[in-house]
Ligand binder design. Structure first.
Ligand code: NAD
Length: 360
C-alpha cells in the first residue's frame, strides 16, 4: 500500500426519493432561520415549490442564476440577501445555481444548503468559478462547500434527454480522472469506481426510459460519488482541456466533457494501466476510451468540437497554450500528442492514440 492522506469533508449528505419534503426539518436542525432560495429562471417553478415548502423560513427567491456565475449576478443576489436579512441560501438546481450560492458564500457569512438536480457534482466540492469582464476565475475555498446536501432523485426526472446524458458523462469524467489523480487515496478510488459503475448502470436504463425511478436513483447516487472525488482529488488533462477550451471558445460545459473524455483517456492510456483496469471492472468493457467514444455516439451527444460550435482549429497554437501552464498529469504534455488529440476531437474521429476495440 502506498502512502496517502485522506481528508473527510465536514458535510452532511441525505439521499432518498422524495427527500425534498424533509428540507424544512433539515433547515431547522442546522439552526437556519431566514433562507433565500436560489434557482435559474428555467427552474423558478421548483424554486417556488421549495419556498412554499419552507413556509416562514423562506424570506425570498432569487431566480436569476445563469451559466458561468457572473459577479454582477452574485452582487445582485447579495443585495437581496442583505435586504431580507437572510442567514442562508438553499440552491436548487445544477452547477450554475450551485455556483451562484458558492459565490455568495465566498463574499458573505451566508451558509449554503444544496439541492442538486443535475449530475455535475458541484455540491460536493470546495471549488468555485466566477466570471468578471468575460474572464472566468476558479478557486478552492472551504467556505463555499455546502453545509448539507439533499439528493432527491425525483427532482432529476425533469432533466431532458440530452442534458441527462451529457451531465452523466460529466460526472463520469470526474471519477475517471480521480482514479489516476496524484493524491487519490484508496477510499477515493473505491468511491470513483463505484460512482462509475452506478452511472454506467443507470445510463443503460435511462437511455431508453428517462422516467425510470431506479435509473434516476442510481444516476444521482453515482453523481454524488463522482462529485465527491472531484472535490478531493487533483484532476488532470481532461479537466484542464474542458476548462480551457470551454472558456476560450464558450462551449457548453457538460457536452464538452462528454465529447473529450475518450480523447483525454486515450492520451493518458500508456501511463494509467491500474486506473484503466478499475474502469474496465466498473464499466464491464475492454477498451475504456473506445467505450466512452461508443457510448457518447449511442447516447446521441455532439460528436465533434466542430459540432459543439468551434468554428476552426489551430491545434499547434492551442497545444502551446495548454503546455504553457503546467499541472499534474500522468503523461507529460507533448505538442504532437496534444495536436493529434485536438484534431481527432475537432473532426470527431476515433481516438488514435490507443489500440481501439469497439466491442464493448
Ligand atoms: P446548469 O446548472 O447550467 O443547468 C443547465 C440548465 O438545466 C439550466 O437552465 C437549469 O435550470 C436546467 N436544469 C437543471 N436541472 C434541471 C432539471 N432537473 N430539470 C429541468 N431542467 C434542469 O448545468 P450543470 O451542467 O449542472 O452545471 C454546469 C456549470 O456547473 C458549469 O458552469 C460548471 O463550470 C459548473 N460546475 C462546477 C463544479 C464545481 O465543483 N465548482 C462542478 C461541476 C460543474
Amino acid at each position: 500500500m502506498k502512502s496517502f492522506v485522506h481528508v473527510t469533508q465536514p458535510q452532511r449528505v441525505e439521499f432518498g426519493w422524495g427527500s425534498l419534503e424533509r428540507l424544512p426539518e433539515l433547515v431547522d436542525a442546522l439552526g437556519l432561520k431566514r433562507v433565500l432560495v436560489l434557482s435559474t429562471q428555467e427552474q423558478r417553478g421548483l424554486g417556488e415549490r421549495v419556498q412554499s415548502l419552507l413556509g416562514a423560513r423562506a424570506v425570498g427567491l432569487f431566480s436569476e442564476a445563469v451559466m458561468h456565475v457572473p459577479v454582477e449576478v452574485v452582487d445582485r443576489a447579495l443585495v437581496l440577501a442583505n435586504k431580507v436579512q437572510a442567514d442562508a441560501c438553499v440552491a436548487v438546481g445544477g452547477g450554475s445555481t450551485l455556483g451562484l450560492g458558492k459565490g455568495m458564500a465566498l463574499y458573505s457569512s451566508l451558509r449554503l444548503v444544496a439541492v442538486p438536480t443535475t449530475y455535475a457534482g458541484s455540491e460536493m466540492t470546495p471549488l468555485y468559478g466566477l466570471t468578471q469582464g468575460g474572464e472566468k476565475q476558479t478557486g478552492r475555498d472551504w467556505r463555499v462547500l455546502p453545509l448539507s446536501v439533499l439528493y432527491d432523485p425525483e427532482l432529476s426526472q425533469t432533466l431532458p434527454h440530452a442534458m441527462t446524458m451529457a451531465s452523466a458523462l460529466n460526472a463520469m469524467a470526474h471519477a475517471a480522472e480521480a482514479l489516476y489523480g496524484e493524491n487519490a487515496s484508496p477510499v477515493h478510488q473505491l468511491m470513483a469506481q463505484e460512482g462509475l459503475r452506478a452511472m454506467g448502470q443507470a445510463l443503460t436504463v435511462l437511455e431508453h426510459d428517462l422516467e425510470d425511478s431506479q435509473g434516476r436513483s442510481d444516476a444521482l447516487y453515482g453523481a454524488w460519488l463522482c462529485g465527491a472525488v472531484l472535490g478531493q482529488v487533483q484532476m488532470g488533462l481532461h479537466h484542464k482541456l474542458c476548462h480551457s477550451l470551454g472558456g476560450w471558445f464558450d462551449l457548453p460545459h457538460a457536452e464538452l466533457h462528454a465529447l473529450l473524455l475518450p480523447y483525454s483517456l486515450a492520451y493518458n492510456s500508456p501511463m494509467i494501466e491500474p486506473a484503466l483496469r478499475r474502469m474496465q471492472q466498473a464499466l464491464g468493457c475492454d477498451d475504456v476510451p473506445a467505450y466512452f467514444y461508443a457510448l457518447r455516439r449511442r447516447l446521441g451527444l455532439p460528436e465533434s468540437l466542430a459540432q459543439l460550435g468551434m468554428r476552426e482549429l489551430n491545434a499547434p497554437v492551442l497545444a502551446e497554450k495548454l503546455m504553457a501552464a503546467p499541472y499534474p498529469n500522468p503523461r507529460a504534455l507533448q505538442a504532437d500528442g496534444l495536436i493529434a488529440l485536438l484534431e481527432d476531437a475537432f473532426a470527431g474521429r476515433k481516438p488514435t492514440q490507443t489500440k481501439m476495440v469497439l466491442s464493448c
